[in-house]
Design a protein around this ligand. Structure first.
Ligand code: CO
Length: 230
């Protein structure tokens, strides 16, 4: 790797960022000490193993912090987050998380959680060129196009945006059911249950939109052959 020819001076903005990140390290120390103060073996137990019951697929939005809003503790949620909580069948990152959570950790529930006021969903409803993001937003535009009649009957602006946030979460839930990972797990162990939720930024409350279990009939084009019982 080539070295920069001129040493760069940190700008005021860089210095502020360094202080901000130092604050996180300090807060972490205080948190770790408080946890040990409450339970001396807390980290010893937690580092032994993990057996979360839930996989959370949520938006990367900083306001939708999975463990905080569900009142869960480290060790209880396995988490994947991306812009607008999208389940894309060629996303190796998501598929790896899903496979590990479902096949190794054997989670009992997979939650796809959208949220009202989602910036990714709002961006997908515009015609603006977002560069690299365009390709990701296409996944949400497909949901928009699929439900365009229903959405155009909803008042424009926030109500319509929030409705697409909900339809997007439900659509991503359907995408989960199309994966071999989920269909195999349903066939082999009768789980996990899949849930689509939406989080309301305005009052902090989660709402269930839809759920699917092992008895769900996947539409025939998406149904995959299962290996014969040995
Ligand atoms: Co979002």
């Amino acid at each position: 790797m080539s070295q920069p020819t001129q040493p760069t001076q940190p700008t005021q903005r860089h210095r502020a960022d360094i202080c901000d990140s130092d604050l996180l390290l300090l807060q972490n120390k205080a948190w770790a000490q408080a946890m040990v103060g409450r339970d001396a073996r807390y980290f010893a137990r937690l580092s032994d193993t993990q057996s979360p019951k839930f996989l959370w697929i949520g938006c990367a939005d900083s306001r939708v912090a999975a463990d905080t809003i569900t009142g869960t503790q480290p060790g209880q949620l396995f988490v994947h987050r991306n812009i607008a909580n999208v389940v894309v069948h060629t996303d190796l990152n998501l598929l790896s998380v899903l496979a590990y959570a479902v096949e190794v950790l054997e989670v009992e529930h997979v939650i796809v959680c959208g949220h009202h006021g989602c910036g990714g969903v709002k961006a997908a409803m515009t015609q603006r060129d977002y560069g690299l993001l365009n390709k990701w937003l296409l996944n949400i535009k497909e949901v928009y196009a699929h439900h365009i009649e229903e959405l155009e009957a909803v008042p424009a602006g926030k109500p319509r945006e929030d409705r697409l946030c909900e339809l997007n979460a439900v659509s991503q839930l359907q995408n989960l059911a199309k994966t071999l990972i989920i269909q195999k797990a349903w066939n082999e162990r009768g789980g996990p249950f899949l849930h689509a939720w939406v989080y309301d930024l305005g009052d902090g409350v989660l709402h269930q939109l839809d759920s699917l279990g092992p008895d769900h009939q996947v539409a025939s084009p998406f149904r995959l052959d299962m290996p014969e019982e040995g």
